[in-house]
Design a protein. Structure first.
Length: 151
């Protein structure tokens, strides 16, 4: 794989993660309905949103993103923070709701619903527990909700 291909893949991966998840900067994800480890996962998502809104690349790289993601970003852009800088400038505020969280050992999946320009998208975030803290490791695309047909 060439350096150009690696950069493109890492850039695309983080763009998807940021737009799917951090696009909800307009309103912080609620963590109140989750208990135990699910609450900790929800808190990571809320922290991520706050750090994106504040354009806190250092916190995103050190606290919110899994080592696999930061390694890809470092390979793609010289440093995780540098790779995130341009991505963060492209994020607009939308609404974000955490619909459900499933924890399985040191891995978790959070199903989220985000709204941007009147369009609702459903996606899932994958997280891993690294050193006792949940960190975002990727996204899973789920199709947009369908509007029920009449008649």
């Amino acid at each position: 794989m060439t350096l150009k291909t690696t950069r493109a893949l890492a850039g695309a991966a983080i763009a998807v993660a940021l737009s799917a998840m951090a696009g909800g900067c307009g309103e912080t994800a609620s963590t109140g309905s989750f208990k135990g480890e699910s609450h900790n996962v929800a808190q990571t998502i809320a922290d991520f949103q706050s750090d994106v809104l504040a354009r806190e690349q250092k916190k995103l790289c050190q606290r919110d993103l899994a080592a696999t993601v930061t390694t890809q970003l470092t390979r793609a852009g010289g440093s995780c923070q540098a790779a995130l800088k341009n991505q963060l400038l492209q994020i607009d505020a939308t609404g974000l709701t955490i619909e459900s969280i499933a924890v399985n050992g040191k891995k978790a999946t959070a199903r989220i619903k985000s709204t941007y320009s009147g369009k609702t998208e459903i996606s899932a975030l994958t997280l891993v527990n690294e050193g006792g803290r949940w960190k975002i490791s990727g996204t899973i695309a789920i199709r947009s909700p369908q509007t029920p047909k009449k008649g």
